[in-house]
Design a protein around this ligand. Structure first.
Ligand code: PGA
Length: 241
C-alpha cells in the first residue's frame, strides 16, 4: 500500500508563511516515499492552491461543514476547497471533537458529504488518556468508526488517522507495541464494517526520531503530523522513512 504523509498545520502560518514554506519544501519533496498531503488553515488555502499548482503534492481543509452553502457563519465550504483544487478533508480531529464539541453523528455527515463531492475524507479517531486507563480504547474506537462511517460509501476512497488524544502535541508518542495493537484492532473493526483495505495512519507526536520504528508496525500506512510538519526539513525527514 502506498504510504501517506499528512501535515496538519492547525491554526498556524499566514499566507506569506505558507508561500515561504513551499518555496523550500518543493525543493526537497521528491525525497518522500509516499503521498504528501497538507492541511493548512482555511485562510491559507488559496495560497496553497497557487503554490502547489502543477505539483503532485495534495492538500485539503482541516474542517468543512456538512452542507454545501448557506447560513452557517464562520464555517468553510467543501465545495470551495474542491473549486480551489483540494482533494482531501480532515474530519473529526480530536481538537474539533473536544474544543468544538463535534459529535460522531455530525462527523458522519461530513464524511459522506466529502465523499459525495469526490473529496477524500481523512477521518480521525482516538481515545483520551482516561479512556485508555479505564481500558475503554477498543470500545471508543469501535463507536467512533461505527458511527463516523455509518453513511460512508465503501466504494469511495477514505483514510483513517488513529491519533491517541494523550499523544497529540504532548511529546508523548504511543509506544510501538501500543501502535501495533491499536492499528490491528482498527484494521479488524474496519474489516467487520466492510472497509477492508482502507489505509490507517498514525498521529501524535510523530518526529523524525520515532518515525522509522513506527512505520514498521503492522497496519501503519503513514503519519498525520502536527508540530513537526511546520518546518520543511523535519516534515521531509518524516516523509522519507
Ligand atoms: P502533533 O499533532 O504531531 O503535534 O502531536 C498531531 C495532530 O494533531 O494531528
Amino acid at each position: 500500500m502506498k504510504k501517506i504523509f499528512a501535515a496538519n498545520w492547525k491554526m498556524n502560518k499566514s499566507p506569506n508563511e505558507t508561500r515561504e514554506f513551499f518555496k523550500h519544501f518543493k525543493q526537497v519533496s521528491m525525497r518522500a516515499t509516499g503521498d504528501l498531503i497538507f492541511f493548512p488553515p482555511a485562510i491559507c488555502l488559496e495560497a496553497v492552491s497557487a503554490a502547489l499548482q502543477g505539483s503532485s503534492i495534495k492538500w485539503g481543509a482541516q474542517n468543512c461543514f456538512s452542507q454545501a452553502f448557506g447560513a452557517f457563519t464562520g464555517e468553510n465550504s467543501a465545495n470551495v476547497v474542491k473549486e480551489l483544487g483540494g482533494t482531501y478533508l480532515l474530519i473529526g480531529h480530536s481538537e474539533r471533537r473536544l474544543v468544538f464539541n463535534e459529535s460522531d453523528v455530525l462527523i458522519s455527515d461530513k464524511v459522506s458529504f466529502a465523499q459525495s463531492l469526490g473529496l477524500v475524507p481523512m477521518l480521525c479517531v482516538g481515545e483520551t488518556l482516561e479512556e485508555r486507563e479505564f481500558k475503554k480504547t477498543f470500545q471508543v474506537l469501535e463507536m467512533q468508526l461505527e458511527i463516523g462511517l455509518s453513511k460512508a460509501d465503501r466504494n469511495k476512497p477514505l483514510v483513517i488517522a488513529y491519533e491517541p488524544v494523550w499523544a497529540i502535541g504532548t511529546g508523548k508518542v504511543a509506544a510501538p507495541v501500543q501502535v501495533a495493537e491499536t492499528h490491528t484492532d482498527i484494521f479488524n473493526i474496519l474489516k467487520r464494517l466492510g472497509f477492508e483495505g482502507c489505509p490507517i495512519i498514525y498521529g501524535g507526536s510523530v518526529k523524525a526520531e520515532n518515525a522509522p520504528l513506527l512505520i514498521k508496525q503492522p497496519h501503519v500506512s503513514g503519519f498525520l503530523v502536527g508540530g513537526a510538519s511546520l518546518e520543511p526539513q523535519s516534515f521531509i525527514e518524516i516523509s522519507s522513512v
